[in-house]
Each structure stands twice: as structure tokens, then as C-alpha cells.
Ligand binder design. Structure first.
Ligand SMILES: Nc1ncnc2c1ncn2[C@@H]1O[C@H](COP(=O)(O)OP(=O)(O)O)[C@@H](O)[C@H]1O
Ligand SMILES: [Mg+2]
Length: 508
């Protein structure tokens, strides 16, 4: 007897259909083989499936069972095929019909209960694109799968429940769609109003959040750099529903989706420690998995104490910062992950931290300061749009009881200026000014310069000997500053403020 069931693999961030064929030869022994490039975990599903079938009050059929997973050239990993294999066996032994218009996803426990698997959204998304309209999957993953409306989601908690449904003995109700609701009001994040002084840093972060610009903060220990960076999520624009789904798919594949909440509703904010491995930051592994830069997609990657990160790690950031994707090459082919993030970094100016501080003496030698700053390579600095000094706040500021402007106010301005960008980039894949290429810079920046802005720009280019890249960065920044001011035209004031954020780079 031959039966078929459909399942799915996760490849990169996408799904790929896997056909499970089960053939039973009626010989007088019990034997099961799995073929079609299965890894060890898939081989082990023989035992899990056999036990699950017996412990569900069903018959483990006599004979030589061959399970073939197709396509044969795709390496099958993990326990996701258990459910399809079990139903294939039961269909081949005429204990229930197989539903060939559905995908079956789930790991089986020995007692027949159906367990959570990673990457549900990616797999159900693929099924939807292939015209498959039903999915049977773990009850715990139902809410996640139901984010996609195109597929009817049948959450099952045990093999017996699924068999009853397929035989018609007792139907399982499909789950109503899960609503995709982005979080509009981030709670828990540090609020700008509780950070005293540092108005120019807050202004810098507001501009960065608006245009998606990369930013480096430099200042002595205790100046509030980490605090300011951690407050950034409170002013980031809310994600769109599409962005929520995009980010959720990444976290689902990474196995990092909280089970009680199947949707990433807030922009990611990732702050990996400087001991992070290359693979941890960039992504990697034999079956490549997303790293921190992909987990930061559509959000923020915060690298605190930047010089402490290994030089090799920082070098690896260059390409993704440029391309906003990362490609991980393996002998068996390469995988591409999205990596469109905003880079926020912080550092002390020297090993002791007080170089250039007006109130304390720096104890570092000139060479030590220079070595420290050189740990950040020129090419990485080249990809940072804004340089902001964070001085220590004095006692009077810290003791001031008055609260500053609330993050919610700032966020309103950021979101307004994001709408302007959305309209500007309609019909393209761009979302923020930072993503503009030379073509868009000419169109949306150079052609919008007021005459006196042109003159200021020329003066700045001469004074700081701006590189071509620096020149583009100033224009993009000035574009964002003008957007915040609600102005399509770019004035000298916009350009001069932008130039201010470039000084360290151009001087260094
Ligand atoms: N401007 C500020 N307003 C309120 N508290 C501050 C401010 N700056 C620093 N602090 C306090 O000092 C602590 C140390 O700041 P931190 O962000 O760790 O400094 P840095 O990262 O620059 O070394 C913060 O946790 C916070 O309690
Ligand atoms: Mg710090």
C-alpha cells in the first residue's frame, strides 16, 4: 500500500515543500526505513512515530515500511516530519484517509501528543504560496500559523485528535485568524523625559530614528551613553503589519518567538555582548541560522563599548551595512538573510575613558589613545552617518526635578517624518532616507537644495575635505532634518546641522 502526505522544511527563512511517501510491503516482520537525505533527528522519528501510533490506540502495521522524503537533494533536519510520517503510515495501513490538500507539521511525543516546531510562519507561508489551503499543526503553534489568512489552520494537540478529524469521527474546528496588530505605544522602554539634559544627543537620536541613520556616541564612563541608547526604542516609529510579519518570521525560524505571543509587535532592539561569536553576530551554522544582524532587521543593532568587539567581527559588518542583506556561504550553497537595521554604537574616547574630559585628567598615553581609536577601522567609521559627543551631565542638570519632553511626543514627530519618506519612496523597496542610493540622492536631495544651502555645502566640502561618501551622507542627513522640519526644500540650516554630525569622521 502506498500513501502520500505533505510536510515542509525550513530553508533559510523560507519554507520548502517536502513530500512524504509511505510504502508498506506486507511481509511478516516489523521494519521501518527512512530514505531521502534524513539527518539523525529524522531517523529517530521512526521510534517516536511507532510509539506515538501505539500509544494513541492505533495499530502499528505489520510489514516493511519505507518512508521516502522528497525532494531527495534537500537535507531533511529535525522532527517536523513526524506528523506527516505518522499519517502516511496510518493512511497506507487504511486506518485513516490522508488529506493531500494539506500540510502536516509537528513533532510527535511518545504518548502521541503533537509538539511545537520552529519556523511555522515560514512553512505555512510557503504552503499558501503553493496553493495549499489547509495546515494541521501543533496546537501551541496555531496562533502563529493563523497570522496568515490564506490557509485554514487546524491546531491538533494529539495524533488521535488528528486521526478522528481525518476519519470524520470528530471534527477539529479551524482556528480563527490571528490579528496582526503592531504595538503603537512601547511600554517598559526608558523614556526620554527621564534623561536629564543631553538635549543634543536626544536630537541626534531623533534624527537617526527618523531617517534610519547609523550613529556613534562617544563620551566618558557614566555619561549616559548606554541609557540613551536603551531609550531609543521609545521613539522608534511603530512597525507596519507587513513589517511585523517579516520580523516574526525571522524570530520563528530562530526559535525565539515567545510562545504566549506569536507576533513580534515591536521593532527589534538587539544589544549583543562584545564576546559574541562571528556566527552569532552575522549568522551561520551548517544549516545557516540568522545572527544578531538579522534579528535586528527593521530595528536597531546596538553595539555598546564598540572597541571591545573583535576587529574581525566589526569587519564582517561592513558588507551587510552596505547591502542590508547578508549572504552565508556553505559548501552546499548559500543562504541570504535580510539585515536592514540601524546601527547604534557607543564608546569611550580612550581606555581610561576621560580623554578630552574637561573635569578629569586622562591617564592614557598618546599611543594608547590612538591605538584604542584605531580599533574601529576606517571602513566601518565610513558607514556611520552621525557622530555625537556625550559629555557628563553636571550636578545641576541631574538634580533638576523638571522632566523633559516625553518620548511619545518625539515619536509623533518621527512618525510624521516617516510618512513623508514613505510617500517619497512609494513604488520602491526603500523606506528611509538612509537607504537612498546615488540616484535618489540626486533626485531628492541635490535637486531640493536652496541656493544658500548649496553654498554652505560647498564650504563644508572644502573645509572638511569631504569624501564622496561623506558628501552623500551629509545630504541624506540633511534630507532627514528637512523632513523633520516638514520642508521639502533643504535650507542652509538643514545642511549645517547635518555637517555638524560628520565632523569627527572627516577630521579623523
Ligand atoms: N542624563 C542623565 N539623566 C539621568 N540619569 C543619568 C544620566 N546620565 C547618566 N545617568 C545615570 O547614570 C547611569 C550610568 O549611565 P550609563 O548610561 O551606564 O553611562 P555610560 O554608558 O556612558 O557609561 C545610568 O544608569 C543613569 O542612572
Ligand atoms: Mg555604557
Amino acid at each position: 500500500m502506498l500513501a502520500r502526505a505533505l510536510s515542509c522544511a525550513v530553508v533559510g527563512l523560507d519554507g520548502e515543500l517536502v513530500e512524504v511517501e509511505v510504502d508498506i510491503q506486507p511481509v511478516h516482520l516489523r521494519q521501518m526505513n527512512v530514505v531521502g537525505l534524513p539527518d539523525a533527528a529524522v531517523q529517530e522519528s521512526r521510534d517516536r512515530v511507532a510509539s506515538a501510533i501505539r500509544n494513541s490506540g492505533l495499530r502499528s502495521p505489520m510489514g516493511r515500511i519505507t518512508v521516502n522524503l522528497a525532494p531527495a537533494d534537500l537535507r531533511k533536519e529535525g522532527p517536523v516530519y513526524d506528523l506527516a510520517i505518522a499519517v502516511g503510515i496510518l493512511a497506507a495501513s487504511e486506518q485513516c484517509p490522508a488529506d493531500d490538500g494539506a500540510v502536516l507539521l509537528g513533532e510527535l511525543a511518545l504518548d502521541g501528543s503533537v509538539r511545537h516546531v520552529q519556523g511555522i510562519l515560514a512553512m505555512v507561508g510557503l504552503a499558501a504560496r503553493r496553493g495549499i489551503r489547509r495546515a494541521y499543526l501543533p496546537a501551541s503553534d496555531g496562533a502563529e500559523a493563523a497570522l496568515l489568512e490564506e490557509v485554514e489552520v487546524y491546531p491538533v494537540s494529539s495524533l488521535a485528535e488528528l486521526v478522528d478529524h481525518l476519519t470524520g469521527a470528530k471534527r477539529v474546528e479551524p482556528r480563527p485568524p490571528t490579528r496582526v496588530e503592531p504595538e503603537r505605544d512601547p511600554v517598559g522602554a526608558i523614556d526620554f523625559r527621564d534623561i536629564k539634559g543631553q538635549e543634543h544627543v536626544k536630537r541626534g537620536l531623533e534624527i537617526a530614528a527618523t531617517g534610519g541613520h547609523n550613529l556613534l556616541m562617544t563620551g566618558p564612563p557614566g555619561a549616559g551613553k548606554t541609557l540613551l541608547a536603551r531609550a531609543l526604542p521609545s521613539i522608534l516609529p511603530a512597525m507596519s503589519s507587513t513589517e511585523c510579519l517579516e520580523v516574526t518570521r525571522i524570530y520563528s525560524v530562530a526559535g525565539m518567538l515567545p510562545s504566549e505571543q506569536p507576533l513580534m509587535r515591536l521593532r527589534p532592539f538587539r544589544a549583543p555582548h562584545h564576546t559574541v561569536s562571528n556566527a552569532g553576530l552575522i549568522g551561520g551554522g551548517s544549516q545557516p541560522r540568522p545572527g544578531e544582524i538579522t534579528l535586528s532587521h527593521r530595528g536597531v543593532l546596538f553595539l555598546d563599548e564598540l572597541p571591545e568587539f573583535g576587529q574581525q567581527v566589526l569587519e564582517m559588518l561592513r558588507q551587510p551595512l552596505e547591502d542590508r542583506i547578508v549572504t552565508i556561504s556553505r559548501a552546499r550553497g548559500s543562504t541570504t538573510f535580510p539585515a536592514n537595521f540601524m546601527l547604534i554604537t557607543a564608546m569611550n574616547p580612550c581606555p581610561c575613558g576621560y580623554y578630552g574630559d574637561p573635569s578629569r585628567n586622562c591617564s592614557c598615553t598618546y599611543n594608547a589613545v590612538s591605538r584604542y581609536q584605531k580599533r574601529i577601522s576606517g571602513p566601518l567609521l565610513d558607514r556611520i552617518d552621525m557622530f555625537v559627543e556625550v559629555p557628563r551631565v553636571d550636578y545641576d542638570h541631574l538634580a533638576d526635578e523638571r522632566r523633559g519632553e516625553a518620548s511619545a511626543e518625539v515619536r509623533r514627530r518621527v512618525e510624521r517624518a516617516r510618512l513623508v519618506q514613505e510617500r517619497r519612496f512609494t513604488g520602491t523597496t526603500l523606506r528611509t532616507n538612509a537607504e537612498m542610493t546615488a540616484v535618489e540622492v540626486r533626485l531628492h536631495c541635490q535637486q531640493q537644495l536652496e541656493p544658500e544651502a548649496r553654498a554652505s555645502l560647498r564650504a563644508a566640502m572644502d573645509k572638511y575635505a569631504l569624501s564622496a561618501r561623506g558628501f552623500h551622507r551629509v545630504l541624506k542627513l540633511a534630507r532627514t532634518i528637512a523632513d523633520l522640519a516638514g520642508s521639502e526644500r533643504m535650507t542652509a540650516a538643514h545642511v549645517l546641522e547635518a555637517v555638524n554630525y560628520r565632523q569627527r569622521a572627516e577630521a579623523g
